[in-house]
Design a protein around this ligand. Structure first.
Ligand code: BTN
Length: 328
């Protein structure tokens, strides 16, 4: 770990003063070198107090989204162990795909403060302004068959919902299969893309956009979208939330890969499913129809009861659903 990253971890974890001398000894560098790192950290937005005879102390948890901040927080076995952070990029999904072609490891994460060509589902664009939201993609090299890949979106949605509840203190729901919602409005979208070689998965990239600290929502999407700040009234440190998402994703991915399905998280998922017992319109390219969503099965399919009372399994890879009365 680079010295800056390590100092950041020490300051955060101690929560108290750390003497300059202690840091010098630990890293075998001069006082000036330590002072320079502190200066850099302050320039990046950290609030660091320096008190004579006591040392340095970090007093707040500001929303710094950077390589060092992320590296000083990510503690997972594989999710985010390899990490790329960009102040600005086209699309983290595109970056992750390229890294996948170049042989990057399972769990590699690409995160950005801003995207100039953020992509949403169905060819839509994903507005990705700087300084307030999370845009990231995780590269996965699953050993299972391509037809199981759609479930990864569900696993990610659950990881985001649980992390948001833990870090932001609001209730989060899942709108099957790709969105996380708070108070009936979207705060997160997920775009999973897969590269297949005849019948095995080369790699999968799962891209996630979370509306974190935006303080106003563009008029056109105000009905259906919101941010964590608007719903909780509090700013969230993006790096902390991202680590929380990755931690849960690592755990739940493990379960998914072991069972080749959602078996062990079915209850938790269905408890978060906002479509449950609601009227939905199934946007099947072969013909749209309406029914009542009942929950998902272990394959991640949405069980929808049609007007004849029959339960139909709707596969996430092909169709999406829309609420009959509003967005959910
Ligand atoms: C959707 O709801 O339409 C999916 C949106 C996915 C957006 C994320 S932001 C990070 C990653 N990079 C992209 O270009 N898209 C995904």
């Amino acid at each position: 770990m680079a010295m800056k990253t390590e100092i950041l971890t020490l300051l955060r974890e101690s929560g108290d003063y750390i003497s300059g001398q202690e840091l010098c000894n630990r890293f075998g560098v001069s006082r000036t070198a330590v002072w320079k790192v502190m200066k850099q950290l302050k320039e990046e937005g950290y609030i660091i107090e320096a008190v004579q005879n006591k040392g340095y102390r970090m007093t707040e948890n500001p929303d710094v989204f950077s390589t060092s901040e992320l590296k000083s927080r990510i503690r997972n076995r594989w999710a985010g162990r390899e990490l790329y952070f960009y102040g600005e990029t086209g699309s983290t999904n595109t970056d992750a795909k390229r890294l996948g072609e170049e042989g990057a490891s399972h769990g590699t994460v690409v995160a950005a403060d801003m995207q100039t060509a953020g992509r949403g589902r169905r060819g839509r664009t994903w507005e990705s302004p700087a300084g307030r939201d999370i845009y990231f993609t995780i590269l996965l090299r699953p050993e299972f068959a391509p037809d199981k890949a759609a479930g990864l979106t569900l696993v990610m949605a659950l990881a985001v919902a649980l992390a948001v509840e833990d870090k932001c203190g609001v209730e989060a729901g899942i709108k099957w299969p790709n969105d996380v919602v708070v108070n009936g409005k979207k705060i997160c979208g997920i775009l999973t893309e897969m590269t297949v070689e005849t019948d095995y998965i080369q790699h999968v990239v799962t891209g996630v956009g979370i509306n974190v600290n935006m303080d106003s929502i563009p008029e056109e999407i105000r009905e259906s979208a919101t941010s964590l700040f608007l719903e909780s009234g509090k700013k969230t440190a993006r790096a902390e939330l991202l680590q929380a998402v990755l931690e849960r994703f690592e755990e739940y991915y493990g379960k998914y890969a072991a069972d080749l399905g959602m078996d062990s998280m079915l209850e938790e998922y269905n408890a978060h499913l906002v479509n449950r017992n609601r009227q939905v319109r199934v946007l099947d390219p072969k013909g749209e129809w309406e029914g009542v969503a009942k929950g998902i099965n272990a394959s991640g399919e949405l069980l929808v009861e049609n007007s004849a009372g029959r339960t139909v399994e709707v596969y996430a890879g092909e169709v999406s659903v829309r609420g009959l009365y509003g967005y959910v």
